[in-house]
Design a protein around this ligand. Sequence first.
Ligand SMILES: Cc1cc2nc3c(=O)[nH]c(=O)nc-3n(C[C@H](O)[C@H](O)[C@H](O)COP(=O)(O)OP(=O)(O)OC[C@H]3O[C@@H](n4cnc5c(N)ncnc54)[C@H](O)[C@@H]3O)c2cc1C
Length: 429
Amino acid sequence: MVINSSKKVLIVGGGASGTLTAIALIRSGIAPANITIAEPRELLGEGLAYQTRDELHRLNVPSGRLSAVEELPDDFAEWSKAPSYSFMERRTYSTYLRGHLPDEVQHVREFVTHIAPTIDQGVVATFASGDEENFDGIVLAMGLGKARTPEFLDGVPESHLVIKDVWDGIALPQSQRLLCFGTGLTFIDVALSHLARDPHNTVVAISGSGNLPERHERSQISPFTPSLSDVDTLEKLRSYLEQAGESWRQAVDGLRPIMEGMWRTFTVEEREEFLRTDGSNWFRRRHRIAPEVADLVDAEIAAGRIHVVGGKVLEVHLGENEVALTLAGDETFTGDYLALCIGRDYELSDPLTLNLLAEGKTSRGPLGMGLHVDVSTGLLMKPDGNSHQNIYALGPLRSGEAFESTAIPEIRKQASLIAARLSAPKNMG
Ligand SMILES: Cc1cc2nc3c(=O)[nH]c(=O)nc-3n(C[C@H](O)[C@H](O)[C@H](O)COP(=O)(O)OP(=O)(O)OC[C@H]3O[C@@H](n4cnc5c(N)ncnc54)[C@H](O)[C@@H]3O)c2cc1C
């Protein structure tokens, strides 16, 4: 059913969010040839998460929840010929997403640097080359910001021994003893890649808590079904999670459908407090690792090849060929390289975001996370509280407003709502 095939849409960013948006737009009647994706990377659908080539890196969401198409929930499981409760290799996911993109979709391998509304309710985009093009609508899907750096590196001179961005697409240098700062999902990927290279390789991982991500159960669980009024303050959320006891997985997963509503009812102070005091526990329970990956990590810990330490890093010493971290309590750990595994910033820093902010066209989201987006419509907001027409944003860009806005099930839903609005015959912007 073609609703309106003549609208021209630009998607800025061709990671999972941008690609899921293109797929949703096509399904809602926009002609593929009228869709342009601006993405400097060679392959669409990869972005940060799905660029890996390592077979040890698994998806952390079961196949049955990763369909690219809202109305066809089993699509990815059927494509991957895997049971719906299985955790596939992550590298397969971008291949799957690209399989849904017809060749007519235009991929411009450039950054978008500026966008500006036109008088006829369209938007003009400027590419890094200086080329300009008019569109009827724009969808922002630029993902997260730069890799985070810990305070203990403030003022410390740059060194090739410190790998600041493990997701920059460059393989880890060959080494035997790797030090990692951070013990979350990024650490799990880095450790498995490093250990698989050589049986003599080892990893020491340090973080404040020393806690690893939790694991998924071996079989599917049934989430609880809380209502928004059960968790609409931080105090209620804490008591809901505490009461769940051993059934915390069911409690955490049960929040998924109401998470955005819950976050929006929290005050900014409650959001800030949650991230500061409950955040680390929340993330390791909410984003769990596949049971097979957890088994592998446990085996490496038992074999002494992974050593996990909790503590505050007080000092870093950069030698000629090694790095040493000294913790409160004076214990020191040494490695050939230090890999920072504390993830990416929620504060975006790509050229378009910086220009939008500098030109006063939008503002950052609450707590500096993402951009200011009206999550009920997906429209980008102006600093004066009005929304832009026909400029939408999704994925991690909504983190300040929606919090959990990074996993595929949430992003897919956002993409399909944006597509419905952009393809509607009447301008709903
Ligand atoms: C390591 C990792 C593993 C994950 N595993 C899972 C999982 O198993 N299951 C799950 O549901 N979720 C997972 N996630 C979360 C989630 O899927 C990702 O956060 C999601 O891929 C976000 O995609 P994105 O397209 O919004 O951002 P990104 O992947 O960051 O892509 C953004 C793209 O935009 C481009 N870009 C940026 N600025 C511009 C610009 N100005 N002009 C043009 N292009 C621009 C960048 O080059 C980039 O390719 C994982 C995340 C990570 C980091």
